[in-house]
Design a protein around this ligand. Structure first.
Ligand SMILES: [Zn+2]
Length: 93
């Protein structure tokens, strides 16, 4: 939609110049639209950054959880083995 840079009034597409001040109409986006677009892009960037950080944190916590479970499982295995056969590092007499 073309608009008058002098009056700031928006007109339909069949207008080429402003009927009030006879200035050429422009199709440039409004200053506020550019500001809004910049703000939106900034918010989008921040959201992507937060999502990336959150997924990395979740991946890290999950890895620690898995490693902890493996260690726990090995400890339980060692405990069972110890109860049945004595310390597995000791050479049997
Ligand atoms: Zn005008």
């Amino acid at each position: 939609m073309p608009w008058c840079p002098n009056c700031g009034i928006e007109y339909t597409d069949n207008y080429k110049e402003c009927p009030r001040c006879h200035m050429d109409l422009t199709n440039e986006p409004w200053e506020t639209d550019i500001e809004l677009e910049k703000a939106y892009e900034e918010a989008n960037r921040n959201r992507k950054r937060i999502i990336r950080f959150a997924s990395l944190t979740i991946a890290l916590i999950f890895t620690i959880f898995v490693l902890f479970n493996i260690a726990l499982f090995l400890n339980i295995l060692q405990l069972i083995f110890y109860q049945n056969h004595g310390n597995w590092l000791q050479i049997k007499k």
